[in-house]
Write a protein that binds this ligand. Structure first.
Ligand code: 3HC
Ligand code: NAI
Length: 699
């Protein structure tokens, strides 16, 4: 069912019923029109109420329909709103909980609007790379004023009904209900009170002017310039609202419609819509039902108060969950505690955190040197040195002291979670929780599922991740999990490019122009080049045939580990993070080329970007084949939230689809011909080859 119809005496009530948020999909739109028609035909009905079932009035157009025939199929949202406006009987919107996008536009088409307090009101289309496309840009300015409306449309931000409902002189809502519970009865009473009012008020008939006209819109364009560099939608929102002030209503609607359709076809909007869906899908695990019972997490233990332990602890303190931090020595605890305090104090100083909140958070933190103090913890996260022997000792102690049912997690970035689980007698309770540095800032959390990890452990950790505002993505056990396994291939290509003629600056610039937060060499300097060095040494033993450039090893042999040693691929001035190109490094690269007998060639930015990004994609395809990630959107989420991949490109796997997988494979075949590159490297993953041949994408 998509919309219900009931008659309460002389009032017909149409209830949108399309869970979870009453998205205005085709069936729901048809349901509204059918309801309106029934109400018109029933002489006993004098007025009509439209409301929403469950936890929303409406979350707007059905995003899942976008890009399909259904979204444009009649009755489209314009026709539904026209049917409401043309209704000879008054139509009252009874709004509660969530009223967004097309939902708000539908309400603006109604003759009257009644809202419950606490309702989230927004035109968030801009966050999907769109603008409100069913009259929102034309009607909202008429009821809340041009400036408040443009602010809402350009930011997409949510406003509470009680705030926006009371802007003096404005009329978004005709009445506020006493409460959400009272709304249905009040809506019926209101509908009866206006049953005989004629003519019926229409928002479209209200005036829409801005006293400063051109000057204001010029100012607005300047304001959105910064935010719209890679996003076309905000500037188009300004155009549409300006049209509302300068054109007749119908002409303004045409402008809005044209802009909306054009935006719908932009790669940026496709990427943002993909992100919306992928983010929600990532929280679902195919074989773990959403109603899986979860364990109660009321207290957390963190082992190790180093770089990661401190940041991990802060996540839980921020969410109001008490943390006990354990270290080997008091000095290490003191150091960890001081770092946490320093972080919070910096936030207080910047006005981002109130002093009393800071104190409340610190009061939730306690420290210990004794494992026995972790006996009551519901979850313990280990963040000690990355050595399997150290992990073994820690997990054996945890197994001995922790209560039954406690979740034991490791923050390991490279070690085998199954092996770690085997150090305990409860492998079902062991899981990887791979945070990214700085752990209190980075959104990504890779949840590493061991072969014996229990489903309720996974369900609990996924729910907890939401509570601490992380984007959790499930990864199977493999070297590097999803993110680092792929980045190794990307770094490998970056190395070959140096051998062939590129400089670190050129590679970084090309990738940064593509939109990466940081190019691979600046990223290496930030993370520490010694980490990759250690991995390459291990690889050299495991896979001696593996081809890679030796430049990064040479850099480390010079002690240039990156920012932490004041020098890496770039030079750094004391206390500063600006990457200064290094003559010494460039000479080292040139000497290395000479040793290999390579005559450098000019490499285009296009080739640089393709080789690095396609290297990610091919490994991503292997990861899907191996079942390490269950869907391509998960891989995209890892790269969007943990590796600075540009949001407007939707993640590597989505981007690959935009390029066309066939074209990707062609380019890879071309790269394989390069004698300086690695032929085996560019062998397309079978899944990639298959999808390319079938003309499909990963999603
Ligand atoms: N269409 C289809 N499904 C939607 C949806 C929509 N507009 N909005 C939310 N959903 C789905 C989600 O995909 C999710 O589905 P799932 O349970 O299968 O994963 C479910 O609703 C719950 O969503 P959240 O996890 O986000 O739940 P929250 O309670 O945290 O938030 C919300 C609810 C505030 C409605 C939030 O989902 C949201 O902001 N939705 C997007 C609203 C939006 O952008 N609307 C504009 C659409 S475009 C439009 O209207 C065009 C028009 O101008 C022509
Ligand atoms: P770190 O060296 O900064 O901190 C480790 C801390 O653990 C030290 O304070 C040490 O005293 C303590 N410790 C060591 N053995 C212990 C024991 N037996 N009992 C209690 N405390 C002990 O290391 P870092 O960087 O915080 O890394 C920790 C873990 O997190 C590692 O497994 C690492 O691979 C992983 N990781 C690191 C990331 C990073 O960027 N640093 C990113 C993601 C994961």
């Amino acid at each position: 069912m998509s919309a219900q119809y009931q008659v309460h005496g002389d009032v017909a009530v149409i209830t949108l019923a399309n869970p979870p948020v009453n998205g205005l999909g085709l069936a729901t739109r048809q349901g509204i029109v059918d309801g309106l028609n029934r109400a018109q035909q029933d002489a006993a009905v004098k007025s009509i109420v439209i409301t929403g079932a469950g936890g929303a009035f409406s979350g707007g157009a059905d995003i899942k329909e976008f890009g399909t025939d259904k979204s444009m199929q009649e009755p489209n949202l314009h026709s539904v709103i026209a049917a409401i406006e043309n209704s000879p009987k008054p139509v009252v919107a009874a709004i509660h909980s969530v009223c967004m996008g097309g939902g708000l536009e539908l309400a603006l088409g109604c003759h009257y609007r009644l809202a419950a307090p606490g309702c989230s009101v927004a035109l968030p289309e801009v966050k999907l790379g769109l603008l409100p496309g069913a009259g929102g840009t034309q009607r909202l300015p008429r009821v809340v004023g041009v400036e408040p409306a443009l602010n809402m449309i350009v930011s997409g931000e949510t406003v509470k009904s009680e705030l926006i409902g009371f802007i003096p002189g404005q009329k978004l809502f005709d009445k506020m209900a006493a409460s959400a519970e009272a709304l249905p009865e009040e809506a019926l009473a209101f509908a009866r009170s206006v049953a005989d009012t004629r003519p019926l008020p229409l928002v479209r008939n209200l005036p829409c002017k801005h006293p400063q006209g051109d000057a204001y819109f010029q100012f607005a364009r300047n304001m959105v310039k910064g935010m719209s560099k890679n996003y076309p939608a905000p500037a188009k929102c300004v155009d549409a609202v300006e049209a509302a002030t300068k054109r007749k209503f119908a002409d303004g609607m045409s402008v809005e419609r044209e802009l909306f359709i054009n935006l719908m076809w932009t790669p940026e909007s496709r990427a943002l819509r993909h992100l919306f869906m992928a983010e929600r899908a990532a929280s679902k695990i195919p074989d773990v039902p959403s109603d899986t019972p979860k364990r109660d997490i009321k207290s957390v233990g963190v082992i190790g108060a180093g770089t990661m332990g401190g940041g991990i602890a802060m996540n839980f303190l921020n969410a109001g969950i008490p943390v006990k931090m354990l270290e080997m020595k008091q000095e290490a605890l003191d150091r960890g505690l001081a770092t946490i305090k320093k972080n919070y104090e910096a936030q207080v100083k910047k006005g981002k955190l109130k002093q009393d909140k800071y104190e409340q958070r610190m009061a939730l933190l306690s420290t210990t040197l004794d494992y026995a103090d972790l006996k009551d913890a519901d979850l313990v996260i280990e963040a000690v040195f990355e050595e399997i022997g150290v992990k073994e000792a820690v997990f054996k102690q945890l197994d001995a002291v922790c209560k039954q049912g406690a979740i034991l997690a490791s923050n390991t970035s490279t070690l085998d979670v199954d092996k770690i689980a085997s150090f305990t007698k409860r492998p079902q309770d062991v899981v990887g929780m791979h945070f990214f540095s700085p752990a209190n800032v980075m959104r990504l959390l890779e949840v590493v599922r061991g072969k014996e990890t229990a489903k309720d452990v996974l369900a609990t950790v996924m729910a907890l991740a939401k509570k601490i505002k992380k984007t959790a993505v499930v990864s199977g056990v493999c070297d590097g999990f999803i993110g680092n396994r792929m980045i190794e291939r990307y770094s490998q290509q970056a190395g070959f490019l140096l051998d062939e003629g590129a400089t670190p600056q050129q590679v970084d610039k090309a990738l940064e122009k593509f939109g990466m937060a940081m190019g691979p060499f600046r990223m290496g300097d930030l993370a520490g080049n010694d980490i990759g060095w250690a991995i390459r040494k291990r690889r050299a033993l495991e896979r001696p045939d593996m081809k890679y450039s030796r430049t990064a090893d040479k850099l480390c042999e010079l002690g240039r580990y990156g920012q932490k040693t004041g020098a890496g691929w770039y030079d750094y001035q004391a206390g500063k993070r600006d990457a200064i190109p290094s003559d010494l490094v460039n000479k080292m690269i040139e000497d290395h080329r000479k040793e290999l007998g390579i005559t450098p060639r000019k490499i285009s930015d296009e080739e640089i970007v393709q080789r690095l990004v396609y290297a990610l994609v091919n490994e991503g395809a292997h990861i899907l084949e191996d079942g390490i990630a269950s869907k391509s959107g998960d891989i995209d989420m890892v790269y969007l939230t943990g590796y600075g991949f540009p949001i407007y490109r939707g993640g590597p796997m989505h981007y690959a689809g935009e390029q066309g997988l066939f074209n990707l494979v062609q380019a890879m075949n071309r790269f394989a011909q390069n004698p300086r590159d690695d032929q085996a490297f560019w062998q397309p993953a079978p899944l990639l080859a298959k999808l390319a041949a079938e003309g499909k994408t990963f999603s």
